[in-house]
Design a protein around this ligand. Sequence first.
Ligand code: NDP
Ligand code: CA
Length: 318
Amino acid sequence: DRPPRFDRKFVHIGDGDGAPSSVIRVMQWNILAQALGEGLDNFVMCPLEALSWSRRKYLIMEEVLTYRPHIVCMQEVDHYYDTLQPVLAGLGYSSHFCPKPWSPCLGVEGNNGPDGCALFYDESRFELLDSVNIRLSAMRIPTNQVAIVTTLRCRITGKCVCVAVTHLKARSGWEWLRSTQGSDLLWHLQNVVQKQPGDPAADIPLLICGDFNAVPNEEVYRRFATSPFGLDSAYKKLSRDGLTEPEYTTWKIRPTGECCSTLDYIWYTKDTLRVDAVLDMPTEEEIGPNRLPSFSYPSDHLSLVCDFSFKEEEWEGN
Ligand code: NDP
Ligand code: CA
């Protein structure tokens, strides 16, 4: 007695010559904090029953189980200890959680604790080398936004990858803060990935997943697109020209109106990683007139799922 799941397909990119055994599937998803969805968001076209945790938790788990990513990066997690951590541990995922220092969830009656970022990885595929929780700063002043930076070693190839998850400050008027928080994250990543200063060939590939709360023409987007890491945004591969972000990663209706925008990204190091496949977005028709969340989909943000593989080292001269 519920509407069907979105029927999303993987779009394969390029020649597809990557050995399938070494594909790394990554999911980026702002799952919508339970306390915010029920308490502060005001999704006026979404029935309250569709927002209940007893329904949403199954849809969230179903999304992860449908695609079975090796790495899952989530924002707005306020049911880590009681649900996501234990359930995903039972499916073979190890994880880290970083709560927001002053989560808006705490202001909601009956809240389940602070929301934050969470990073899950398939323990059979990756070995943990290091993980740090970071509170993002702006001009040395600590902010309410956080990130997790985890370094993993692939058990198949022996190669390392550094994965970061973040959720930047929301709302218009805060573009400068998002940009400064983004710079701070890039600064932290610099110290993690640079094995040998000045030798970019030795650097560990990066995967940065986030709800940046920024549309593609914002400064923070430009900062990532032009950073010295040589990052690219994976979902551009879905577009016909390969240069354009999707039309939306979130679509909701609040009393102030409809909000359809691209705020979520998976950044990757283009010299060392290749995008093999990207999960397409549901159509406007599939999303439906009341938009998100809904009985079909538990969050106002869509999941982003990509398959990556390590590019083979190119041997040049001697
Ligand atoms: P942000 O501006 O980053 O937003 C926090 C959350 O609100 C995000 O998850 C965001 O979702 C969501 N959001 C964005 N736009 C709207 C909207 N129009 N309506 C409802 N929700 C929205 O906030 P901070 O993390 O900087 O938290 C500070 C806020 O939390 C302050 O307003 C503070 O007063 C409040 N707070 C209150 C507490 C209390 O006890 N009363 C305790 C702690 C915080 P998305 O990213 O998906 O857009
Ligand atoms: Ca939200």
